[in-house]
Design a protein around this ligand. Structure first.
Ligand SMILES: Cc1ncc(COP(=O)(O)O)c(C=O)c1O
Length: 381
């Protein structure tokens, strides 16, 4: 049989099976049941916030949070150009406009130094994205937000448990949002969460999550809400994963350390960076190769595929998408990172031997490219 190393896979143990089976056996399969409350309480504790509200997905959590803050047509929301499309789409659902800001070359997160020039009197919120497991620079972002009286919604979909200094993501802005999609640090299959210390906002989001149903008059609705509820089955899976979160994050860190050991000496290679104020949870392994064009990056991915190694490219810049098209020159760092960057396998059951095999497959491919680059330099002199 041919070798196949997937990019990601969830880690499901007896504990997850037990909790999910409990919901099936009890008949509480929809959005009422003990696991929802337990999962919300424990997730809030984990993040260090007063409240957590479970949703049907991370995208739903983003939209619900924006709607609960009354972000609407005519408003502007600042987001990074390098992120998953959900960050942009959730803003668009509200009728507000996205304003795209470039990223930092090292952390791959929104560049605080470039945010101020994007602020106008229409700016209502910033959504920093903690990309690939590294937190955005919340210290600088919060200072700016305070000066301009702007909301900060952390998109922590990819960074459960990451920290800025000692404080966990989800507790660093006005609210945090998480995703529990199957490839995330912890999963519910599909699912999301909003975390916050703001009671009024929490109550509003809870109300809108359930079709804005009047709490003292069942089936009466004063405004348009949503069904963004999580099921008890998803919450049972989520609770079991949360009980194992330290183990899951430690495994991600171990995997990164091993890649680093094998790849860091190779000229032109950049792996995940960690700022001195941050704890990275290394959701995905990020490999960038100096001087790569998009085409060369794609060739490398094809060559790895032939060896049974699944990879994926960094996200396309949001400003390249037809519905959000902008001038490329405004976000050069995003565009450069995109064309150089790929994510390597980092699922929880990945063996040390598999990482060695991936790195042994990569090394000659990268070295040949660096050699050709060097020769081109000599020829052009
Ligand atoms: C940065 C980011 N934001 C939002 C989302 C949306 O989460 P979901 O897929 O659960 O809707 C994701 C994940 O997929 C993501 O990576």
């Amino acid at each position: 049989m041919n070798k196949f190393i997937p990019l990601s896979q969830p880690s499901i143990t007896q504990l997850e099976t037990e909790y999910v089976m409990d919901t099936l056996n009890s008949g509480w399969v929809s959005s009422l049941g003990k696991y929802i409350n337990l999962f919300e309480e424990r997730f809030a504790d984990y993040c260090g916030t007063n409240y957590a509200l479970a949703t049907s997905s991370g995208t739903a959590a983003l939209h619900l949070a924006l709607a609960s803050y009354n972000i609407k047509a005519g408003d502007e929301v600042i987001i990074p150009d390098l992120t998953f499309i959900a960050t942009a789409n959730a803003v668009t659902y509200t009728g507000a406009n996205i304003v795209l800001v470039d990223i930092e070359q090292d952390t791959l997160c929104i560049d605080p130094a470039k945010i101020e020039q994007a602020i106008t009197e229409k700016t209502k919120a910033i959504i920093p994205v903690h990309l690939y497991g590294h937190p955005a620079n919340m210290i600088e972002i919060n200072k700016l937000a305070q000066n301009y009286n702007i909301l900060v919604l952390e998109d922590a979909a990819e960074a459960h448990g990451a920290k800025v200094k000692w404080q966990k993501t989800g507790s660093l802005g006005d609210c945090g949002i998480f995703s529990f999609y199957g490839n995330k640090i912890m999963t519910c299959g599909e699912g999301g969460m909003i975390t916050t210390n703001d009671e009024e906002f929490y109550q509003r989001a809870k109300y809108l999550r359930d079709h804005a149903m009047n709490s003292s008059k069942r089936y009466w609705h004063d405004e348009v809400g949503y069904n963004y509820r999580m099921t008890n089955m998803q919450a049972a899976l989520g609770l079991a994963q949360l009980e194992r979160i330290d183990e899951l994050i430690n495994k991600k860190i171990e995997i990164f350390e091993l890649y680093k050991k094998f790849l860091l000496g190779i000229p032109g290679v950049k792996l995940n960076f960690t700022a001195d104020w941050a704890s990275n949870v290394y959701w995905l392994i990020c490999l960038e190769i100096e001087g790569y064009t998009e085409k060369e990056r794609n060739h490398l991915m094809d060559a790895l595929k032939l060896k049974g190694i699944e990879t994926r490219p960094y996200f396309y810049p949001i400003s390249d998408m037809p519905m959000y098209k902008r001038n490329k020159m405004n976000t050069p760092v995003t565009h450069e990172a995109y064309q150089r960057g790929i994510n390597l396998p980092s699922y929880f059951e990945l063996k040390d031997d598999d990482i060695a095999y991936i790195c042994e497959s990569l090394q000659p491919l990268i070295e040949v490219h660096q050699f050709l680059l060097g020769s081109a330099d000599i020829l052009s002199e």
